[in-house]
Design a protein around this ligand. Sequence first.
Ligand code: GRF
Length: 195
Amino acid sequence: KRVAILISGGGSNMVALAQSMTGDHPARPVLVLSNDPDAGGLAKARDLGIDTAVVDHREFPNDRSAFEDRLHVTLDAAQPDIICLAGFMRILTEGFTARYEGRMLNIHPSLLPMYKGLHTHQRALDAGDVEHGCTVHEVTARLDDGPILGQARMAVQDGDTADKLAARLLPLEHALYSAVLRRYAAGDRTPVILA
Ligand code: GRF
């Protein structure tokens, strides 16, 4: 299976996914695409020998469909079987996601369906949650809402801040996303639950 990974920033999830696709793994990374030309993940992808591309959303002010058309063309040139959103920070319209229904994944730093959208760690702290975590789901037209393919949980600790939570969660994201992709690429949609 050919996997394209979309990033916006450091790309630590992209690195984890790329490094998991070795040996008898049914998938290989074929493209890393960023909406931000300055994303640190682009250099990491090049170091890993993965083709990269940039579709800069700032070149399409007030024209989301032109941005998504360019995304679509750039993505399809790599002929991906699976698309992984990994720290990708642009909202995709129904028109775009519909083209990739059933083969686009996303990782979200909360225990969905709680805390869709942004600032998930602070919202969990503000709610006094004793548990936090991350979720991998299939991407559908509704934001952070598709079928859940995996979750990883961890305890909230006294004195936790949003930054501390985010930092402690990141390695769990890497483990979860890699485990989900391995299953998903083998055609198995059984959710992965990491305690
Ligand atoms: C991670 O918390 C991820 O869950 C969120 O973006 C953050 C950075 O991800 N979507 P990465 O290091 O760019 O993969």
